[in-house]
Each structure stands twice: as C-alpha cells, then as structure tokens.
Design a protein around this ligand. Structure first.
Ligand code: NAD
Length: 514
C-alpha cells in the first residue's frame, strides 16, 4: 500500500498521447483547470491506460474549500427534513444509475461487476441511514434540573469537512462519509484515490441531480499534495481518512496538530479461526470467498486462516480445491469471479511476497504467479495463492499483503488462536467458525478487534452500526458511519435556560447549592 503502488506517475500532461481527461467537481459543476500535474488511470484487466486524471494543486483545493465554505451557511440553515429529502432523491439517483456506476468502478478498479454492485449496495445503506437523520439528530431535554431551570442539548454541523479515500472501494467508502456529513448540515470536499477517480465524479453528479446545492459536495482529484493542502487549509474543520496504516498514522498526527477533528482508518490483517467442530464445507467456502473476493483488496479480507487442532489438513485441502476452481478474469467477461490487482506494482508486490514466503519456508499450496488470462496477458492478474505452515515471524504474516494471498497458521487451541490475534498490531476484523456457543462467546469477548464475525467471515457492520478497528487499524476515537458517524460530523451544544419572574432577582456570588 502507500504511494509506491500507484500505477500512475505524476508526469507532465503534454508528454503523453491524449487520453480521456478526468477532472474535478467544484461548486456544482465539472472543473478542469489546466494542470501541470496529471496521472494515468489504468484498466487493470488490460494493463493499459484508460484515462488521465488531473492532480490538484493547492490552488484548486483552495477553490473547492472556498466553494464549500460559501455553501455552508445556507446549507446549514436548510431545514433538516429538506436535507433528508435530498438524500431520498440521491438514493433514487444511485439506484437508477447503479449499472453505470458499477461499470466505472469495474473499469478502473478491476473488480467484477457483481462485486461492484455489492459495493454500491453497501454505500446505498448509508444514504438510507441519512434519510432517517431527523430522528437520529434529535437532542435531549431535561426539565427542572434546578428551580425553573431546564437543560437541553443539540448537535450542530461542523462546517467544511473533507474525506480522503482509498482505491479499493471507490464508491462505498466515499458513501460512508458523504451522506452523513451532508445530512448533518456540513459541506464536503472529497479527495478520492487517484487510481480510480471516475466513480467519485458520478457520485457528485448524482448528488447534484438529487438537488444538493452547488458547493455542498465537491471533488478534488489528486495525490499527497492535494491531501496536504486540505490538511493545511484553515477552513477545513474535520478530516475522515481511509487508507493504509502508514498514511493514516501520518494524517491523524498532522490533522490533530492543526486542531482539526480527525478519524483515520488504516490497514488490516484479518484472521479467521476455524475450530475442529466447525462445518468444514461452510468454513472453506467462507474462507475462499473472504480471501479472494476483490482479489484480496478489501480491508476486511481474510488474510490469515487459523486452523485449530486436527481440522487443519482437511481444511487446507478443502480451501485449496475451492481456490483452484475460481475463475480469474476481467470484469467484462461473464463468469469472472476474481479480477486483477489495481496496478503492475501491486501485482509485483504480491509476487515478491510469494517469493519471500517460499524463501522463508512456508508451504506453497496454491501459486497465483502461474495465472494466465487469455486475451488479457498484460492485465495485472495474480491468481489465488495459499501458504500453509506460516509462522508469525514470516514477512507474509507480518505485512498487509493486500492481494489474493491467504496464509494458514496452525495452532493447537482456541487460547493460542486468540493470543495470536491479540498480538497482531492490526485489529480490524476477526472471525471464528465453530458449532460451539461457548467458544464463540469467549472469542467475541476476548479478541482485540473492532468487528467480530461468528460464522461470518467478513463482519462489516450494517449501516446503522458503526465501522472501525482497534490498534493500527484506526487512529482517532470515532468509527465511521452509523451512530458514531453522526457524532463525528456534529458537535454538541448544551443550553441551560431559565425564565425567571421579575421578582426573582438579586446578586448572588456563591455557586447555587439547591
Ligand atoms: P493509500 O494509503 O495508499 O491511499 C489512501 C488515500 O491516501 C488516497 O486517496 C491517496 O491518494 C492518499 N495518499 C496516499 N499517499 C499519501 C500521502 N503520502 N499523504 C497524503 N495522502 C496520501 O491506500 P490505498 O492503497 O488507496 O488503499 C488500500 C489501503 O486502504 C489498505 O491498507 C486497506 O487496508 C486500507 N483500507 C482500510 C479500510 C478501513 O476501513 N480500515 C477500508 C478500505 C481500505
């Protein structure tokens, strides 16, 4: 992860043959100021450039923030039911244009169309949550807390909020942020991943179509320079970041130093524990789906399978059989189950990890380096890869590979499985497969992870719960979306009121004690 995986390099626009230009969205309209910096966007299945994205400089970021700041006073004053109604219309637009959006995601990310539709569906949940904001944003009122005194609390919007999002969910992750931030009365500047930027523009267009006024939602394309400009901008009140751990840590520190509210979600190494009493077929199906869906490029992908006791041999066999049957191919081909990686660098990184796993002595059960997709020989494909007998000191275990590489670690007991997970610096998701309620309950109680699955391999919470991890998977104290999302995008105000009669006067210096 991090910037070393970027397929596109910042090069002067004039140096290359013309490609479709992907610009920004500022103040309710497309914006494409001639930029000295741009980057190629790839079709990962073909391994060829498909577009050129402009990389915003501080000036362009400034224009987007100004537009958001200008739009804030009237958006904040827009009655809450009207803001919620805009979310209802946004929902309609998203449903109507799902296929178009899924096509844009698949074309630049490489995931299958079905997977892209699933991502949109999960994003839609957040819009639906925002539709119900009127009841979520209700305050509290306490009557007669002292003689004739009432207290009440409200939550108010922050102002201009910014979101910086990763390549692996170009629609869903922005939708974790945008609908909630907007319905709370904030305005927003999104800086999506420069590797698959088109989905964000479609989202902005749909929001405009839904009646979201100009300036309320803006998109600036770019890289670290644009992110720095957002972090440095005094009018940006809050930053939501989702991406790799090193960048999350850095953004958290920088934004906090600048006095901004910040939540920064990082990388992951998710373990799935299988106990000997688990249903083997179900566990194997789940492990393969969770490890290789989206070519392992999900922050909740299972990357470590922890086989407890005597189930190990059979489990590895069942997982290997299923992995061998997966159809690796481009999104445009019917029947493809697993697409390419995002960039040639990402594919090379996974191949290097396989090399190092072999050198470290892990048993290579399935080798994705051999994959060949006829007609797509230049695509960034790596097939499903499985290592057995992985040890904790091996690089393939320690690193977030973020590709189709599943490590199997064998342990003797549930205690050892929990200990293993709790020693890992990440703490996003953890799952257990078992037929025993007691073991499942203990696992859920003791494991250090923000999201736990019991016979569920990818326990991404539904929209009305919140999403976030422990340890190096989250910097900051609020999770995204759900109730915590509403807290993040609002600040509390508590008012104490008294309406005394004319006779109730008099100077009193002591603190009231009645
Ligand atoms: P990344 O960290 O490389 O990039 C994320 C965003 O940060 C992008 O918008 C990118 O342009 C920007 N960025 C990159 N380098 C930067 C820098 N030096 N300074 C400022 N901004 C910078 O992540 P990615 O490769 O796009 O996405 C994959 C990573 O995201 C994985 O580690 C994955 O686990 C993580 N992720 C986490 C979650 C979660 O919820 N915890 C969800 C999705 C993805």
């Amino acid at each position: 992860m991090g910037r070393q995986d970027t397929a596109a390099s910042a090069t002067p626009t004039a140096d290359r043959a013309p490609l479709a230009q992907i610009g920004h969205w500022i103040d309710g309209a497309p914006f494409a100021r001639e930029s000295a910096r741009s980057a190629e966007v790839f079709d990962p299945a073909r391994g060829a450039p498909s577009g050129r994205v402009l990389l915003a400089d501080a000036g362009t970021v400034g224009l987007a923030v100004q537009a958001a700041a200008r739009a804030f006073p009237s958006w904040r004053e827009t009655p809450l039911p009207r803001r919620a109604r805009a979310m209802f219309s946004f929902r309609e637009a998203l449903i109507a244009r799902t296929e178009e959006l899924a096509g844009a995601i698949a074309g630049e990310h490489g995931k299958t169309l079905d997977d892209a539709r699933g991502e949109i569906q999960r994003g839609l949940e957040m819009v639906e949550l925002a539709c119900g904001a009127s009841s979520i944003l209700k305050g509290e009122h306490s009557e007669q807390v002292a003689g004739g005194v009432d207290v009440y609390s409200v939550r108010q919007p922050l102002g201009v909020c910014a979101g910086v999002t990763p390549f692996n969910f170009p629609a869903m992750v922005p939708l974790w942020m945008i609908p909630i931030a907007l319905v709370c009365g904030n305005t927003f500047v999104l800086k999506p991943s420069e590797r698959d930027p088109s989905a964000s523009l479609l989202l902005a267009e749909m929001a405009a179509q839904a009646g979201v006024p100009p300036g309320v939602l803006n998109v600036v394309q770019g890289d670290a320079l644009a992110v720095d400009a957002l972090l440095d901008h005094p009018d940006v009140e809050a930053i939501s970041f989702v991406g790799s751990t090193p960048i999350a840590r850095q953004i958290y520190a920088k934004a906090a130093r600048a006095g901004k509210r910040v939540q920064a979600l990082g990388g992951a190494k998710n373990h799935m524990v299988v106990l000997p009493d688990a249903d083997l077929a179900q566990a194997a199906d789940a492990a393969v789906s969770a490890a290789f869906g989206s070519a392992g490029q999900r922050c909740m992908a299972v990357s470590v399978l922890v086989a407890v006791g005597e189930i190990a041999d059979e489990l590895v066999r069942a997982v290997a059989q299923r992995a061998a049957a997966l159809r690796v191919g481009p999104a445009c081909e019917q029947g493809s189950e697993m697409g390419p990686l995002i960039s040639p660098q990402a594919a090379q990184r996974v191949r290097d990890c396989i090399e190092r796993g072999v050198a470290a002595g892990a048993t290579l059960v399935a080798d994705g380096r051999q994959v060949c997709v006829p007609g797509f020989e230049h695509g960034f494909f790596v097939g499903p890869t499985i290592f057995d007998h992985v040890r904790q000191d091996m690089e393939i275990y320690e690193q977030e590979v973020f590709g189709p590489l599943l490590s199997v670690i064998r342990v003797g007991t549930l205690d050892q499985a929990i200990e293993l997970i709790n020693r890992n610096p990440y703490g996003n998701g953890a799952a257990i497969f078992t037929a025993g309620g007691g073991a499942a309950r203990r696992f859920q109680h003791e494991v250090k992870a923000g999201m736990v699955g019991i016979n569920v391999a990818i326990p991404v919470p539904v929209g009305f719960y919140s999403f976030g991890g422990f340890g190096d998977s989250l910097f900051g104290d609020t999770h995204v979306y759900g109730p915590e999302g509403f807290r993040f995008y609002t600040r509390g105000k508590v008012s104490t009121s008294r309406w005394p009669s004319r006779e109730q006067t008099g100077v009193r210096l002591a603190f009231p004690n009645d």
